[in-house]
Ligand binder design. Structure first.
Ligand code: NAI
Length: 302
């Protein structure tokens, strides 16, 4: 890996300032991690309440670092000050990288990415944190697809070390290297993967989640499935995992992968994730999914 990083480091562009679109589960975590590692971030959302949640979560994480003695209060204050919550595109013309982390919907992403291209400089790297959509499909909306790349972080961002860097057919090597370099600067382990629905990790995870949904449709209790998978040694079972991911996102990902591999993963007759979305049980993000959660003021489960 070290060799790989060195090879990329040669042509990676420096990332001194970044922007993140979306202050939700992923955008909040990416903003915090970037700021903690010394790259200031403009965190943009369209909902003031989401910006508040993103900022509160960063504050909570920083307080934890201070309490554990890993950060002084002064340093924590400086990190917090380097996250700029905003509702507009102010300062986007100065950033080196923008990471898009909004809803997993191709037409919304295309529209928003095209907007971002208009307000950034011509060398800015535009990255998508999509979990499943092909980079080439989104790149169709862009005038500079060579600057567009996938940077797929995992949840929770401050904890999970893997980042899938996805190279589209038009993505330049320099842009791939910049994404790899930025991920390393954020303390992550990037792997460069091919552009296909679900990339690497979510192709595997989706098969697992579909097996879970089939069992539930056959009448097996999801509490039992979670318990069994935990006893087996996994950190959490599939029902709890989907609560953490967010049912809307999980359902979109499952649909994209199913459409991408229709023979191997045809649509399910009884889709538990879709049913949960229909009943507005989105998981931890709104306090109810397969399980119920008591949320703290930062909107996170206590
Ligand atoms: P989320 O629902 O928690 O947050 C999405 C945020 O985007 C919301 O705050 C929303 O207000 C904001 N937003 C919507 N339109 C916007 C716009 N035009 N400009 C700025 N902000 C806008 O969603 P989450 O879970 O953070 O997912 C975001 C992306 O990250 C999706 O593409 C998802 O597939 C991907 N992802 C999600 C993971 C997860 O475990 N939840 C893991 C890895 C990737």
């Amino acid at each position: 890996l070290k060799k790989l990083f060195r090879a990329h480091a040669k042509q990676a562009r420096p990332v001194k300032q970044a922007a993140v679109l979306g202050a939700g589960i992923m955008g909040g975590g990416i903003s915090y991690t970037s700021a903690l590692r010394g790259v200031p971030v403009r965190m943009k959302d369209i909902q003031p309440t989401q910006l508040e949640l993103g900022s509160k979560e960063a504050l909570k994480q920083l307080a934890r670092q201070v309490k554990a003695g890993r950060l002084t209060q002064d340093k924590a204050n400086a990190v917090m000050a380097s996250i700029t919550p905003q509702l507009d595109f102010a300062g986007f013309n100065e950033v080196d990288v923008v990471i898009e982390a909004i809803v997993e919907n191709i037409s919304i992403k295309r529209r928003v990415l095209a907007e971002v291209e208009e307000v950034t400089n011509k060398d800015a790297v535009i990255a998508s944190n999509t979990s499943s959509l092909r980079i080439d499909d989104m790149a169709q909306a862009l005038r500079r697809p060579q600057n567009f790349v996938g940077m797929h972080f995992f949840n929770p961002v401050p904890v999970m070390s893997l980042v899938e860097v996805i190279k589209g057919s038009a993505t330049s090597e320099e842009v791939v290297s910049t994404a790899v370099g930025y991920a390393v600067a954020m303390g992550k382990t990037p792997i460069v993967v091919k552009d296909c629905p679900g990339f690497l990790v979510n192709r595997i995870l989706t098969a697992y989640v579909r097996a879970f949904m089939e069992l539930v449709a056959e009448g097996v209790d999801y509490l039992l499935i979670d318990h069994v998978m935990e006893e087996f040694g996994w950190p959490m079972g599939p029902a709890y995992l989907e609560d953490v991911v967010g049912m809307d996102t999980g359902s979109h990902v499952s649909d994209v992968i199913s459409a991408g591999y229709p023979e191997r993963m045809p649509p399910l007759a009884r889709d538990a994730l879709r049913l949960m979305v229909e009943h507005e049980r989105y998981g931890q993000k709104n306090g109810i999914g397969f399980y119920r959660y008591e949320l703290d003021p930062a909107g996170k489960p206590r």
